[in-house]
Ligand binder design. Structure first.
Ligand SMILES: C[S@@+](CC[C@H](N)C(=O)[O-])C[C@H]1O[C@@H](n2cnc3c(N)ncnc32)[C@H](O)[C@@H]1O
Length: 356
């Protein structure tokens, strides 16, 4: 784990302030979301230079004096809104809350997928069971129930998932196809977005998506309109109970944002399976957002918090990796890491691996 100098030299006053930000963190989150969704930030946005008075804001928004004043006072105190000479304007932080796609995706994921369940974080930590998931249903992991979650929750989950992997997919295709693989197995292939990219990129290849049967129904629908029927296959599987019946072998096993859904021992079991079904000379590619390989502190911060989604909502026993741990699991499973590409799509590391 990296050192965090920022907090070691802080004054007592600063530290006490930071502690209050944590004590009131749910208030800060909810008022920021309200300022975004009730369009207060949007209305301040074009007025960045001179800003708007309270009365001008009242005139533009259908909110009472009381409603606007509680939001503005909170918004100014957390730095989303600037106040000078009786005028309110948008701060840089407010700009990110209102307009930055990544921030929006993260906030919606926090609100729609995690917020209720996070009340159970402590019991999840103690029991290594995702007890926050009880708010949605009785499943062992969120992945079994993903397609039956409430519509808004599913939307925010998929947008969060796709936002990060979509950024990376186009960049990594030349690396994955360097040795012209014909058969690709996509473990945790989800709705088939990577599979489609592969088939568009190299039309002599074929892809088999391995995932929960319920996810595959979504993936099949996404392929229904395309003429890929002879190149795409679907294999329903629960990787927590691997009884895979296939004689087929792969030139590439692709795992994107997938191994972080599993505990250490489960990761090794899955890598063992990958080894068994790989053709001689084949490669595995693992794409993960590792906490310790980020260029920006904001990214490491976000990933360390996202680990708590796995603890509380997803499965109770997995997390975002520190890369030295992931590399040791890969090596203990009989592979060697031949190359690591960092910063793929901004935040991912791509681990290219061959059998030892
Ligand atoms: C975080 S998503 C990543 C999806 C995709 N690979 C990407 O990069 O966007 C993890 C995927 O792994 C699948 N998955 C998780 N646990 C699984 C399990 N036990 N058996 C089968 N699939 C599983 C989920 O259904 C989901 O599609």
């Amino acid at each position: 784990m990296k050192k965090n100098d920022k907090y070691s030299n802080m004054s007592v006053i600063e530290a006490q302030y930071e502690a209050q930000k944590i004590a009131f963190a749910p208030f800060v989150f909810q008022v920021s979301k309200a300022l975004r969704d009730l369009k207060v930030l949007e209305i301040l946005n074009p007025a960045l230079d001179k800003g708007l008075t309270f009365q001008e804001l009242m005139d533009k928004l259908s909110l009472s004096e009381y409603s606007l004043s509680v939001m503005l006072e909170a918004g100014v105190s957390i730095g989303l809104i600037l106040f000078e000479d009786d005028h309110y304007s948008l701060s840089k932080v407010g700009y990110f809350i209102n307009s930055d796609e990544m921030t929006k995706v993260n906030m919606n994921f926090t609100q729609d997928v995690c917020y209720e369940g996070l009340k159970n974080l402590e019991s999840s930590i103690v029991s290594e069971r995702p007890s926050g998931l009880d708010f949605f249903g009785k499943w062992n992991t969120i992945y079994e129930g993903l397609t039956t979650l409430p519509k808004e929750t599913q939307k925010s989950w998929y947008e969060f998932d796709h936002y990060y992997s979509d950024l990376a997919f186009d960049e990594i295709l030349p690396i994955v196809f360097k040795n012209n693989p014909l058969k690709i197995f996509d473990f945790g292939g989800n709705t088939g977005r990577f599979a489609k990219k592969c088939l568009n990129y190299a039309n002599n290849s074929s892809v088999t998506i391995f995932d929960h049967i319920s996810q595959l129904e979504k993936a099949k629908k996404n392929f229904a309109a395309d003429d890929y029927s002879d190149k795409i296959n679907f294999m329903g599987i629960d990787f927590l109970d691997i009884k895979l019946k296939t004689d087929e072998r792969a030139d590439v096993v692709w795992m994107s944002q997938f191994l972080d859904c599993f505990s250490k021992d489960q990761v090794k079991d899955i890598l063992g399976l990958a080894k068994d079904i790989l053709n001689p000379g084949g490669e595995i590619f693992i794409m993960e957002t590792c906490i310790d390989r980020q260029a920006y502190e904001a990214a490491s911060f976000s990933l360390a918090q996202t680990s708590l989604y796995f603890t509380c909502m997803a499965n109770g026993n997995s997390k975002m990796f520190q890369s030295d741990k992931l590399i040791s699991y890969i090596e203990e499973s009989g592979f060697e890491v031949t190359k690591i590409d960092d910063g793929v799509g901004g935040f991912h590391s791509l681990f290219s691996c061959k059998m030892k």
